[in-house]
Design a protein around this ligand. Structure first.
Ligand SMILES: [Zn+2]
Length: 259
């Protein structure tokens, strides 16, 4: 079956003498592995459209065994990513996470659009990479349906400017008064330690605002540097614990952005 799709190349691996295997996140079929014959030849008609981070229209012969690229037309290439090594490193992390959370035959346009928006802002240098990372992670947490209940303390309902404990795996917030009563029971029933993130009321408010912001305002974070930094650390810890993995691309991004 020959299909026309619109999608983003999130990975391109060399294979054979001049071919490539692409991973695309498509609007129509979710994640797709697509064989791109001759894609590495300079004369190839797929040259631009088969590059990582190209977004465009792809005509694919979809079979049970292999999807073969027939036509490709790149609309956006995010070339600006090549100008900034931090932005490029973060884009690699975003691509890897998108690959991980996308499923074959299960399209999710909103998650794809989140990734595209983040790549655009990074490529154009419109926001600092850490801001893009924070927005990507918090909004992805919401997209994946694992966003914690940040409406207030899950025990007493308190929702003010004080500090809270966020229980990562249960997705629950507890105020210090209620959390304090639990000090003797810091472990789950199965004996594993709880993963806790300390969040201020201002951070809780900012996270809620961030996931509900409309597209034009989604990259507006609080001006306070400490709040920004802690929001960035919190989303990473929360997301990675739920995905149950680490990312070398993220480690590399953190290494070079600390230089
Ligand atoms: Zn409480």
């Amino acid at each position: 079956m020959v299909v026309s799709v619109e999608g983003l190349v999130v990975n391109a691996i060399n294979c054979g003498e001049s071919d490539k295997m692409l991973t695309l996140i498509t609007r129509q079929y979710g994640k797709m592995s697509v064989y791109c014959r001759g894609g590495r030849r300079i004369s190839s008609k797929f040259m631009t459209a088969s590059l990582k981070f190209s977004y465009g229209d792809y005509v694919i012969n979809k079979t049970d065994k292999l999807n073969i690229l027939q036509e490709a037309n790149a609309k956006i290439s995010f070339f600006g990513l090549q100008k900034d090594i931090c932005a490029a490193a973060l884009a690699d992390y975003i691509a890897e996470v998108l690959t991980d959370v996308s499923v074959e035959e299960e399209p999710d346009e909103k998650t794809l659009d989140l990734g595209l928006n983040c790549l655009y802002v990074l490529s154009e240098g419109k926001r600092a990479p850490d801001v893009v990372k924070t927005v990507f992670e918090w909004r992805l947490i919401e997209r994946l349906g694992i966003y914690p209940d940040l409406s207030g303390c899950c025990r007493c309902g308190k929702a003010d400017k004080s500090w809270y404990y966020l229980d990562v795996m249960n997705g629950e917030l507890t105020c210090r008064d209620c959390g304090g009563k639990e000090n003797g029971k810091a472990k789950e029933d199965d004996g594993t330690a709880r993963i806790i993130i300390l969040m201020s009321g201002a951070e809780v408010y900012a996270a809620n605002r961030l996931i509900n912001a409309e597209k034009s305002k989604m990259f507006s974070l609080p001006a306070d540097r400490d709040i920004k930094k802690r929001l960035c650390e919190a989303s990473e810890k929360y997301l990675l614990n739920h995905l149950e993995r680490s990312y070398k691309t993220l480690e590399f991004y953190k290494e070079i952005s600390a230089l």
